[in-house]
Ligand binder design. Structure first.
Ligand SMILES: [Zn+2]
Ligand SMILES: [Zn+2]
Length: 245
């Protein structure tokens, strides 16, 4: 059966006739001619700007912490070595991720330079790393038609200049059910051994890998990906996401 992407067509038509609709306020077409979203809407995103957990990247302001590791990472230490997220999933942040993930709105990523201005040290974190997007299972990829994490990794690589994206390195070997309603333990079980390296993948030059995903929730998916890479000898695996929460 041919899988017609009606949503993608509808969006392409809308973009043609009604260009520049802000993904956050859904009005004010081209209010700011330099950005896709209104800049004032981007200001309403809860950017992570203060001190952060060095492992998962969550903001540490006012939290109970020892050193710079959050409570979750102390109780359930991840396999990856460090992490960064750009923003919390408040209403505006959630809207950005939702449109990218479920509405094929890739234009959101035209604003990554504005995201980077609002998320200090994020660009430095990416520089010099090999970026690997979290893969979708082929069945899910076929259904959705795109992998939003690959789009994000490409946008990050474009801004970081020297980072490379390894598209075809990790694969999802099990089509795991959606994790939205699962708790931390269930998520860990759900993604256990769900990822593997593709046959013939050469890891020469993969001294530092940054895994890229749309959101960090418990870190279970990113940790399962990190395990597949560490098991094959990658020395340093870190993670970077748009949203945290
Ligand atoms: Zn707006
Ligand atoms: Zn943490």
């Amino acid at each position: 059966m041919i899988n017609i992407d009606w949503k993608g067509w509808k969006r392409a038509l809308f973009d043609f006739f009604l260009p520049g609709e802000c993904p956050i306020c859904a009005k004010a077409a081209y209010l700011d001619d330099v950005s896709f979203s209104c800049l004032s809407c981007l200001d309403s995103v809860a950017w992570i700007q203060q001190s952060r957990c060095k492992l998962c990247g969550v903001g540490m302001d006012g939290m109970d912490y020892a050193g710079l590791t959050c409570k979750n990472c102390r109780e359930f230490p991840p396999l990856f070595g460090a992490g960064r997220a750009m923003f919390y999933l408040n209403k505006a942040g959630r809207q950005l991720v939702h449109q990218l993930k479920y509405d094929r709105n890739k234009r959101i990523l035209e604003d990554v330079p504005f995201f980077l201005e609002r998320a200090p040290q994020f660009l430095e974190f990416l520089t010099g790393a090999v970026l690997i997007p979290v893969p979708l299972h082929p069945k899910k990829l076929y259904k959705r038609g795109y992998n939003q994490s690959l789009w994000i990794a490409e946008a990050f690589a474009r801004e970081a200049g020297v980072s490379t994206v390894a598209y075809d390195c990790l694969k999802r070997v099990r089509n795991t059910p959606t994790q939205t309603k699962l708790d931390r333990k269930e998520r860990q079980q759900n993604v256990k051994n769900a990822f593997a390296l593709k046959d013939g993948t050469c890891l020469d030059g993969f001294d530092r890998v940054v895994l890229v995903d749309d959101v960090y929730t418990t870190g279970a998916t990113l940790d399962a990906c990190a395990k597949a890479l560490i098991d094959r000898g990658v020395g340093l695996v870190e993670v970077a996401t748009l949203g945290h929460g």
